[in-house]
Design a protein around this ligand. Structure first.
Ligand SMILES: C[S@@+](CC[C@H](N)C(=O)[O-])C[C@H]1O[C@@H](n2cnc3c(N)ncnc32)[C@H](O)[C@@H]1O
Length: 290
């Protein structure tokens, strides 16, 4: 069998299983199986596939047919133009969270104009995709990021080393912001926000592969925000900002928590930021009106 015919066969099987991204997935899985990039694959469609690679391709295809996400199978995910290692211990970073990075960078760049390196914190770092993306863009910023999962902290460390920001990122095992010192300029978080009762109804590619610790937001989905938002207010310096990701329909409830803690809207930046589909993804507030 040639590489080209194997790719078509894999795509047909994925399509028959109802996987919407069948063709793309077939290509990515085949590239993974043969250990080559897209350009190599295109240039070698007529090559015969060695038995060892055929077996590997069939094995990864079987995993995808069981609805394991491609990123889980290949062990990495592209986020904000960077590749991040992921393992079963961390949330697979979602493209939607790039809105949080954009919202944080917009706030951070305004603050950077004050002429000193920003102190940034992330609560619930997971793979590190968010805070590392922020540090890659804000070159004089330093950051501290927390997680309760030691395994997640190890992945975040590896990813920080890979992108050369490990000297600017301190990783701490603690609950939310407990291990963070006062006087932070900017805090970001994508906490778990799925209602406990909805976890069972999530699609299998989420339910079976993302850690519950990264998903479960308690009875109403807002449990993490109730700890995190007042703690963030206490850690921020005057003029500092908090940017959090929210789930569908949660923006107003989360903003109420912001207001109760003392957060105020910014003079020019929006309090709610939408994703490309028009859903509110991010809520932002400031420690004093700026
Ligand atoms: C939705 S995931 C976000 C991960 C990563 N920031 C991202 O967006 O890809 C939430 C993260 O919060 C962590 N977490 C859960 N409870 C926590 C707590 N009490 N304190 C700190 N982190 C916690 C989980 O382990 C998980 O890594």
């Amino acid at each position: 069998m040639t590489l080209g015919s194997l790719q078509r066969e894999m795509g047909a099987q994925l399509q028959a299983a109802g996987i919407g991204t069948a063709k793309l997935d077939a290509r990515l899985l085949l590239q993974h199986a043969i250990g080559k990039d897209h350009a190599h694959l295109v240039g070698h469609y007529n090559d015969q596939v060695p038995d060892s690679q055929l077996a590997l391709a069939q094995a990864v295809l079987a995993r995808r047919l069981a609805f394991e996400p491609v990123s889980r199978i290949v062990g990495c995910r592209e986020f904000y133009g960077l590749e991040f290692a992921i393992t079963p211990d961390v949330l697979d970073p979602r493209p939607d969270s790039e809105v949080l990075v954009d919202a944080a960078l917009q706030a951070g760049r305004l603050m950077s104009s004050r002429g000193r390196g920003l102190a940034v914190a992330e609560a619930g770092v997971g793979s590190g995709a968010l805070i590392i993306s922020v540090l890659m863009q804000l070159c004089d910023a330093t950051a501290i990021a927390s997680d309760v999962s030691p395994a997640a902290l190890r992945i975040a460390r590896d990813n920080a080393v890979r992108w050369g920001v490990d000297d600017r990122l301190k990783l701490v095992r603690c609950s939310w912001l407990d291990g963070v010192e006062d006087d932070v300029d900017l805090i970001i978080s994508n906490p778990p926000y799925i209602k406990s009762g909805e976890l069972e109804r999530l699609s299998p590619d989420v339910r079976n592969y993302d850690p519950v610790l990264a998903l479960d937001g308690g009875d109403d989905g807002l449990v993490a925000y109730r700890s995190l938002v007042p703690a963030a207010y206490a850690k921020l310096r005057d003029g500092g900002g908090l940017c959090v990701e929210v789930g569908a329909g949660q923006a107003n409830g989360v903003w109420t928590l912001f207001e109760r803690s003392g957060f105020r809207p910014h003079g020019t930046l929006k309090t709610q930021v939408c994703d490309l589909a028009g859903h509110v993804r991010v809520v932002r507030g400031w420690k004093t009106q700026v």
